[in-house]
Design a protein around this ligand. Structure first.
Ligand code: 5GP
Length: 194
């Protein structure tokens, strides 16, 4: 998505460890117009997938997920993060290792918000090594819900998450695909096709 790539080039900053800082429009301050356009794009991409529910992880997945839900007219559920989970009777839970924070969290969703009747679209801000998406897959498996697809705002295609989604046989759509960082320059897959 050209608008997103231009915004990454304008406002993104490359940090050590191949982390892209985009707190000016996605991870801290949020640009609602850009989010709206991204939600519209995800909805367009998955409009024939029979999606009944959108799942994401708090907090940075929520804005793009809600905009997609708005466009598809389906509910959005965000998994909550906890250091540990003790009372889990009413929850689906999974353990997720965070790429940027280098710590593990449990994520959970109340059982009443996900069922075997659901066809789920997973939305997240970044795809790096795929741990967050893997956690959401596990939660869908526990609920016996079908995963219709994965929509990612920014994918770092040189990390392993892409393969993980591919191995599961689920459709993956990313609005910006970063192929590499060299020094502080960001390169996109679209540069190779332009
Ligand atoms: P994964 O679980 O795919 O390894 O990483 C996904 C999660 O880590 C995302 O939800 C995001 O919060 C965070 N993350 C991974 N890579 C980056 C990055 O380059 N920049 C930022 N801002 N967050 C990232």
């Amino acid at each position: 998505m050209r608008e997103l790539e231009e915004r990454i080039l304008k406002d993104g900053r490359v940090l050590p460890g191949e982390v892209l800082k985009v707190d000016g429009f996605l991870n801290h301050q949020v640009d609602p117009d850009l989010m709206f356009n991204m939600g519209t794009e995800f909805a367009h991409l998955f409009r024939d997938a029979g999606v009944t529910k959108i799942l994401t992880v708090e907090s940075s997945g929520i804005a793009p997920a809600v905009m997609t839900g708005l466009a598809l007219h389906v509910p959005v559920v965000f998994a909550r993060k906890h250091k540990s989970v003790t009372l889990i009777d009413d929850l689906y839970t999974a353990e997720v290792y965070s790429y940027t924070k280098k710590t593990s969290n449990h994520i959970s969703i109340a059982k009443k918000f996900l069922s075997a009747d659901d066809k789920v679209l997973l939305i997240d801000d970044f795809l790096a090594n795929g741990q967050a998406v893997q956690g959401l897959f596990e939660i869908c498996d526990q609920a016996k819900a079908d995963v219709a697809g994965v929509g990612i705002v920014i994918e770092k295609v040189f990390q392993t998450g892409h393969q993980l989604v591919h191995d599961r046989g689920v459709r993956l759509e990313s609005l910006a695909q970063i192929t590499s960082f060299d020094d502080d320059r960001v390169h996109f897959a679209s540069e190779q096709t332009d």
